[in-house]
Every structure is written in structure tokens, then in C-alpha cells.
Design a binder for this molecule. Structure first.
Ligand code: Z5A
Length: 212
């Protein structure tokens, strides 16, 4: 019988280097003989990508925090049922740029929504699906904002003030502290080569524990 795959996520505030480092994680998993499916949130399906456009459009500033959370979970349930679970069943390793930890950090920490409400959606809609391992790229929001700010146009999240991103950061760190076995925290303020090295070290250590 085909062994099931695993679910790995990359998380962190804006501009910490998730997209840049996805390739490092993918290469590391492939070197360990895994078939990798790359995906992202919000998005990952045709419907999810349409919802992503609504969420990122800075013309949609009247969007309420609760409506934002529900849109994110609408995209997520579609993503889980259409892409993530079938791939895991086929034996693939799913690598996602963000998942539900981002909702606890952004909609919980950043927007102030009670985490019990997010947990309720997680239980109801995802049947509590959680990543097997999460790499959290952590650095000060000032550094992340500066990196993201080099882009031509900022989206609806990127126009938020620094205090919002500080709450997001704390939201992530609280999650990592509460679930140390699932999280590998990386200092993303280091030079890129060092960040890449730290990622492959943490990922390899986890992989070795998984197969032990
Ligand atoms: N969101 C949410 O609110 N709730 C949810 O549940 C989910 C998402 C799932 C879009 O996500 C928004 O959705 C997101 C939260 C919200 N908004 N914010 N903020 P996204 O993941 O697509 O957007 P993002 O976080 O803004 O991604 P990003 O800005 O593309 O960041 P990144 O992928 O972490 O960074 P990067 O593009 O890899 O790197 C940025 C630049 O820094 C780039 O020029 C790199 O070359 C450079 N870089 C990267 N690492 C380094 C190091 N170590 N040194 C120097 N320079 C570096």
C-alpha cells in the first residue's frame, strides 16, 4: 500500500522570505526522495485564487475582520479538499506557503479576533487538519516591511502599520511556543545564505526524527 505523504508549511510576517526559501525546502525534501507539491494560501485552487484577489485588493478596505476570516476559510476548505488531502493520500509531500497558523497570527493577533472562533472554524471546516511541520521565519516587522516595500505596489495587508505586524509576529511566536514539536523557528533577519543553512538544518533534523 502507498504510504501517505506529509504536510509542511512556511510561515511568517510579510517580507520575511517565505517565497524565496520555498525552493530551499523543496530541494531538501526532494533530496530525501520525497515527491513535493508546492502550493500557497490564500489561494491554491482556481476558486481560492479568486478569493485571494478580493483579500489583497486595497480597494476593499471596508472588508470587516470577520468577513476577511470567513473568506480565508472559504478558500482554505476548498484548498484542503481539492488539493491538500488528495495529494497526501497519493503519497505526495505538500509544501504550502502559509496555512491556518497565518489566520491565528493575522486575524487573531493582528485583527483581534478571538482564537476560539478560529479554532471552531478549524474544527468544523478542516476536521483539525494541521501541518506535520512548520518553519516559522521570524524577524522584526521593520526588516520585513523594508524588504516587502521594495516592491512596486503594496496590497491590502502590506499597507497596515508596523504595530499590526508586531501583533502578527507575537501571534506566530505564541503558536510556536505552544507547539514546539511542530515548529522550527528560524531567525530570518540573518543574511540569506545563513537563513537557507538554518532551514536545511532544522528540516533535516525533523526528517531524521520522522523516519527514526
Ligand atoms: N493572510 C492572512 O491574513 N491570513 C491567512 O490565514 C493567510 C494569509 C493564509 C498574502 O500572503 C497575505 O495574506 C499576507 C497575509 C494574509 N499578507 N501580508 N503581509 P502572502 O504570503 O502572499 O504575502 P506576503 O507575506 O506579503 O508575502 P511576501 O511579502 O511575498 O513575503 P515573503 O514571501 O515572506 O518574502 P519574499 O518575497 O521571499 O522576500 C521579500 C524580499 O526580501 C525579496 O526581495 C527577497 O529577495 C528578500 N529577502 C528574503 N530573505 C532575505 C534575507 N535573509 N536577507 C535579505 N533579503 C532577503
Amino acid at each position: 500500500m502507498q504510504a501517505k505523504g506529509k504536510f509542511i508549511t512556511l510561515e511568517g510576517g510579510e517580507g520575511v522570505g517565505k517565497t524565496t526559501n520555498l525552493a530551499v525546502v523543496k530541494a531538501c525534501l526532494e533530496a530525501a526522495g520525497k515527491r513535493v507539491l508546492l502550493t500557497r494560501e490564500p489561494g491554491g485552487t482556481p476558486i481560492g485564487e479568486k478569493i485571494r484577489s478580493i483579500l489583497l485588493d486595497k480597494g476593499n478596505t471596508p472588508l470587516l475582520a470577520s468577513a476577511e476570516l470567513l473568506l480565508i476559510f472559504a478558500a482554505r476548505v476548498q484548498h484542503v479538499e481539492e488539493v491538500i488531502r488528495p495529494a497526501i493520500e497519493r503519497g505526495e509531500w505538500v509544501l504550502s506557503d502559509r496555512f491556518t497558523d497565518a489566520s491565528y497570527a493575522y486575524q487573531g493577533g493582528g485583527r483581534g479576533i478571538d482564537s476560539a472562533r478560529i479554532a471552531y472554524l478549524e474544527t468544523w471546516l478542516l476536521d483539525n487538519l494541521q501541518p506535520d511541520f512548520t518553519l516559522l521565519l521570524d524577524t522584526s516587522p521593520a526588516i520585513g516591511k523594508c524588504r516587502a516595500g521594495l516592491r512596486a505596489e503594496l496590497d491590502r495587508f502590506e499597507i497596515e502599520e508596523l504595530a499590526f505586524f508586531e501583533r502578527v509576529r507575537q501571534g506566530y511566536l505564541q503558536r510556536a511556543k505552544a507547539m514546539p514539536g511542530r515548529f522550527g523557528v528560524i531567525d530570518a533577519g540573518l543574511p540569506l545564505d545563513q537563513v537557507k543553512y538554518e532551514i536545511s538544518e532544522k528540516l533535516t533534523a525533523w526528517l531524521n526524527r520522522e523516519v527514526a
